[in-house]
Design a protein around this ligand. Structure first.
Ligand code: ASP
Ligand code: MG
Length: 417
């Protein structure tokens, strides 16, 4: 017997037929003797609609009321799933965030979970009851409803798994696992059987949208074994039901991964914008004057390059910010322009960041070299580079995205049949 958290996203509960399908997945695990907590999102499209209504009413609005509105989507799906489970003979009840409670901080709209009391859920498992829990929501210190940020029900599921010490947290979604890269652009992309927390964290924050980044961070901290699998598999398809049986991709500790590839995956993100400061003065304190005000305005700078000046007096400085923050970043820089001494400020949104990710990089030399040679062979110019222990990212012109990702996928031996 195992204790499982099963999380179903918006497309998996998009209508009543799909909710019945979800109930069959739950039934399979209950019949196998497991204790089950189910976490659900709102029906697909619902949260977008709720957000749109809030914004239409007033573009600038009270974040506490925003949360009161957008948390309702999940209230519908927990109720429906509980009814369907009862209909097919499985004892179940719904739980909203405040009823458990799932305690969060008071950052309305982007709250962080602080504490979950799992005692009552566990007691009821003992009576054979399935818990159907609303994802995405919690209770703030002000006793008002909070939400965790878009895509937050992944994080709810992992936090609940940690709180009730679940053997595994299964994230059911519309893809059957985590791929070496986006299968929509590389037909030879392969589904990974296992991926380490560290790699998944990079993949998620670099643009692979299977899991909310925060949920992977939590899983890593609390060592929650996480499986990404499809809710569109036939619920009664022959499969093992034990906690160790994996049909999708298991996100786990690197020790569990026996055959580690040097590069496990390739991610890309189109959400980048490049800012170049032409001819800034080359003297101490200039970088602080550029990046200080950006940081003070909570603008995330990612890649930075500064050229060596040829005359010893001035140089160009280039950096990237998320596209959504470009307008604000430009504004901040223009205000500081005189002080920085930049001749000109240029921006470019026609760029993409392509990254190779793999914990094997820690122990292998020459990994970045292969990346640069592969891109050179295709005539792709690199505009900026950043590296960390387990990833190398390059900024290139957007029109080369597919070419670059495909070539790198082949170069690192990731192509499937
Ligand atoms: N329903 C919420 C959203 O659309 C939470 C989630 O789906 O994870 O962002
Ligand atoms: Mg999601």
């Amino acid at each position: 017997m195992a204790r499982l958290v099963m999380k179903f996203g918006g497309t998996s509960v998009a209508d009543i037929a799909r909710i019945r399908n979800v109930a069959q997945h739950v039934k399979r695990e209950v019949d196998a003797g497991h204790e089950v907590a189910v976490v659900v999102s709102a029906m697909s499209g619902t949260t977008n609609q709720l957000v749109a209504w809030a914004r239409e009413t007033a573009p600038l609005h009270d974040a506490r009321e925003y949360d009161a509105i957008v948390a309702t989507g999940e209230q519908v799906t927990v109720g429906l799933l509980a009814i369907e489970l009862q209909r097919i003979g499985i004892p179940a009840r719904s739980w909203l965030g405040w009823q458990i409670p799932i305690r969060t901080d008071n950052a309305h709209g982007a709250a962080r979970i602080q504490d979950i009391n799992g005692d009552e859920l566990i007691r009821r498992f003992g009576e054979g009851q399935v818990a159907v829990i609303a994802g995405f929501q919690g209770l703030g210190p002000d006793n008002r409803i909070t939400t965790l940020g878009r895509g937050g029900s992944d994080t709810s599921a992992v936090a609940i798994a940690a709180a009730i010490k679940a053997d595994r947290c299964d994230i059911y979604t519309d893809v059957d696992g985590v791929y070496t890269t986006d299968p929509r652009i590389v037909a030879k992309a392969r589904k990974l059987d296992k991926i380490s927390y560290e790699e998944m964290l990079e993949m998620a924050s670099l643009g692979a949208k299977v899991l909310q980044t925060r949920s992977v961070e939590l899983a890593m901290v609390y060592r929650v074994r996480l499986q990404v699998r499809s809710s569109f598999d036939a619920p009664d398809a022959p499969q093992g039901t034990g906690a160790g049986d994996i049909v999708g991709t298991l996100v786990c500790d690197e020790e569990e991964i026996v055959e580690q590839q040097v590069v496990s995956g390739i991610a890309y993100s189109k959400d980048e914008a490049k800012i170049t400061l032409v001819k800034v003065e080359d003297r101490p304190g200039v970088a602080a004057k550029v990046f200080g005000p950006l940081a003070d305005n909570s603008i995330n700078v990612d890649m930075i390059i500064q050229n060596v000046s040829d005359d010893g007096k001035s140089t160009d400085m280039t950096f990237t910010v998320p596209q959504a923050e470009l307008a604000r970043a430009e504004d901040v820089i223009r205000k500081a322009q005189a002080e920085i001494g930049a001749k000109e400020i240029k921006t470019d949104t026609n760029v993409v960041k392509v990254s190779i990710i793999g914990i094997g990089m820690r122990s292998h030399a020459g990994v970045a070299k292969t990346m640069f040679q592969t891109l050179a062979a295709k005539g792709i110019n690199i505009l900026a580079i950043t590296t960390s222990e387990i990833k190398v990212s390059v900024l290139i012109e957007a029109e080369y995205t597919e070419l670059a990702v495909r070539a790198l996928h082949t170069a690192y031996g990731l192509d499937g049949e």
